[in-house]
Design a binder for this molecule. Structure first.
Ligand code: ADP
Length: 256
């Protein structure tokens, strides 16, 4: 609680009592904490690739790398870390945009989720094949939303399902309609998410296994963007997962 005390005065100007204002600031404090944690996380996440870029450039600038092969390796690392930085900044901007978005309903279009899942299948087929993962997409249903944002949301979900999978595994994406709702399901036979982490994976920068996420180019912002996008268009996200068995994420939207 935050407390403000103000003296109560009589007409003659004498203090005759006090007025106590008590206000519940639990939510305000929680939001302040979320904001400052976010700032700390952003700084940390941006510093890591920048430190590597600076370090490798300085080494080369000082003429300490004579070997051409080593030089090429360092340049590749600088490019990789720059890409990471770019991805991170894009994701942070996307989240900020979603949080501030007050969209006029007339800007929304009718989006066919069936078309989107088919497109995403084509985009991620190569990556899935590289990891010996079979990717399927089927069904249809239309929602009112922004096509580009929904495409990004589906890419995030399917990309995770491929990334956190195993050779010989599957990713099945489907869209179905039920009781005025359109339900998108992304189910994988991957490594799964331990129960104690399931609540938290939608938080910004939260990762179950930092090493694995980083290695596969993850920023820890994907699921946070998924939840924000879904809720922005009246959707609800649900997660079911079992370690070493797989993960199923469903997003339920109102039908257009
Ligand atoms: P990242 O960029 O690390 O993939 P996300 O926000 O997309 O970040 O996901 C947060 C974390 O949730 C991931 O680091 C990973 O540990 C876990 N995760 C997400 N999707 C899956 C999945 N389909 N299977 C297993 N783990 C997952």
């Amino acid at each position: 609680y935050r407390c403000i005390v103000s003296p109560a005065k009589s007409k003659e100007g004498l203090t005759t009592g006090a007025v106590l204002f008590l206000s519940d600031v639990t939510e305000i404090i929680r939001l302040e904490r979320v904001r400052s944690d976010f700032a700390a996380n952003v700084s940390h996440e941006l510093k890591t690739p920048l430190t590597a870029i600076k370090g490798f450039s300085e080494l080369m600038d000082a003429g300490l790398v004579a070997d051409d092969e080593k030089k090429r390796e360092y340049i590749r690392l600088i490019m990789k870390e720059s890409d990471r930085l770019m991805g991170l900044i894009n994701d942070i901007l996307k989240l900020a945009e979603l949080e501030n978005a007050t969209e006029e309903p007339q800007r929304l279009e009718i989006v066919s989720l069936g078309n989107i899942v088919k497109e995403v299948q084509v985009v991620l087929e190569g990556k899935a094949r590289e990891r010996q993962v079979t990717l399927s997409a089927c069904g249809d249903g239309s929602i009112r939303a922004d096509q580009e944002r929904i495409r990004e949301m589906v890419i995030n979900l399917v990309d995770n399902a491929v990334k956190y999978n195993r050779p010989g595994g599957r990713v099945d994406v489907s869209v179905r309609q039920m009781d005025g709702k359109v339900i998108l399901t992304v189910a994988d036979t991957g490594i799964g998410i331990p129960l104690e982490h399931q609540e938290r994976v939608f938080e910004r920068f939260y990762r179950v296994d930092k090493g694995r996420s980083r290695k596969s180019g993850g920023t820890g912002l994907g699921l946070s963007i998924v939840r924000h996008t879904a809720e922005h268009y009246g959707g609800v996200v649900a997660l079911e997962s079992e370690e070493q068995v797989g993960t199923r994420i469903t997003v339920t939207f109102p039908k257009a």
